[in-house]
Design a protein around this ligand. Structure first.
Ligand code: FEO
Length: 397
């Protein structure tokens, strides 16, 4: 296992998780990486660690450049266990290391690792925490680390660290992507793949925290960033302006003039309505994406929702309600809280027909401005579809 040089005296020493396919509900078809970074200076410093089951891989990469016992600072930018999970094992080797983290970080680490902390307290004294505030600096020798708290992007403990002399922003979850590759840098892979996975990551992780993301972007705007080193996926040493511009757009909930049509269908009638809606948008020259919930995972659908102004959701009625796939999607969508969107509920029914009203209500509760719902009994006739298409076209700009 080799360390990968990121810049002079800075190395990637993380782990590649080739096989993970579900990351707390997020479908990770391409796997992921857990990125840890080693800074060789008078004070040898590790930025974040890796998921506990990848500890040996991280340790081997650290050993490729330095004896891990010599690590003096472990910066914990984020408590979530994909980044802090190897701290307990590392603290048994780097016994003199201090853990640099936010106040919430210390609380979170203590809550997660109390058992290990107590064990090490009995054996070796205790974990030495140094808590830092936003703007605090830590001199490593030739280099200085600066800390910026980024609460709720996406946990209360989050912070980023900036190595000013080298211009490296260790951004933790921000600007990351779930991609497992042997390449380490965005410029070693097709740019659009990196950007698409960055969008999926933002849509599924950071979307609810636009206001906080904007604060972070404003805070880093004065930094001379040469490299963004996130905690997942590829490192940005090019494309930095592009990814920051995208983050700004997403944090503003700025949507493009396009529509996503998300639906489940029982006997094909709701799907017929979905295609009619697609045709209405097409006739208005509004780009569309058809997303059957039978064929698309909700985390992939969110990538398309991220930049779409119109969110159309369809369900037939099943047992007086909507289809379970549709209910699960709406629950997920509500949690991720996209703003400034226009919604449309649609679907077919046999009797009762409650589903469309329920979808409409769910989208309204998310603050969406709603178009008139479309609700058709049994199999839609050609004439009815044409009428509904005309009505929808009249509503669209
Ligand atoms: Fe990659 Fe919030 O952890």
């Amino acid at each position: 296992m080799k360390a990968v040089k990121v810049a002079d005296n800075i190395y990637w020493v993380g782990a590649i998780d080739w096989n993970i396919r579900n990351f707390h509900g997020y479908l990770t078809q391409k796997g992921t990486t857990y990125n840890a970074y080693l800074i060789l200076d008078e004070k040898i410093t590790l930025i974040d660690t890796v998921k506990s089951c990848f500890f040996d891989e991280m340790l081997a990469r650290i050993r490729d450049v330095v004896d891990p016992a010599k690590i003096e600072y472990i910066v914990s930018n984020h408590v979530e266990m994909d980044h802090s999970g190897s701290i307990p094992s590392l603290m048994k080797i780097a016994v003199n290391a201090s853990i640099i983290t936010s106040v919430n970080g210390e609380k979170g680490l203590m809550a997660h690792y109390e058992k290990y902390y107590k064990d090490s307290k009995a054996a070796e004294g205790c974990w030495n925490f140094i808590t830092v505030q936003s703007g605090d600096k830590l001199v490593l020798g030739r280099n200085t680390l600066e800390f910026l708290h980024t609460p709720m992007v996406h946990w209360p403990d989050n912070m980023v660290s900036f190595l000013r002399e080298a211009g490296v922003l260790f951004s933790n979850d921000a600007f990351g992507q779930h991609i497992a590759t042997s390449e380490r840098f965005v410029d070693e892979l097709a740019f659009d793949i990196a950007m698409k996975e960055t969008a999926k990551y933002y849509a599924n992780i950071a979307l609810p925290y636009g206001r906080q993301v904007k604060n972070v972007l404003n805070a880093v705007s004065g930094m001379d960033i040469q490299i963004i080193a996130p905690s997942h996926g590829l490192i940005w040493r090019s494309g930095i302006k592009s990814v920051i511009d995208k983050y700004r757009k997403w944090s503003e909930n700025e949507a493009d003039n396009k529509a996503v049509i998300i639906y489940d269908t029982m006997w094909g009638s709701t799907e017929q309505i979905a295609y009619m809606i697609q045709s209405a948008f097409e006739r208005k020259r509004i780009g569309t994406k058809m997303l059957s919930l039978k064929a698309n995972h909700i985390s992939d659908i969110m990538t398309h929702v991220l930049e779409a102004k119109y969110i159309c959701v369809g369900s037939p009625t099943l047992n007086n309600g909507m289809m379970p796939d549709v209910a699960a999607f709406l629950c997920y969508l509500k949690g991720l809280a996209p703003k400034n969107r226009i919604g449309l509920a649609f679907g077919s029914y046999g009797w009762g027909g409650q589903s469309v009203g329920q979808v409409d209500e769910a989208l309204r509760s998310m603050g969406f401005k709603m178009l008139d719902m479309i609700r058709i009994q049994y199999i839609p006739s050609e004439e009815r579809l044409l009428n509904e298409r005309q009505k929808l076209e009249n509503e669209l700009p």
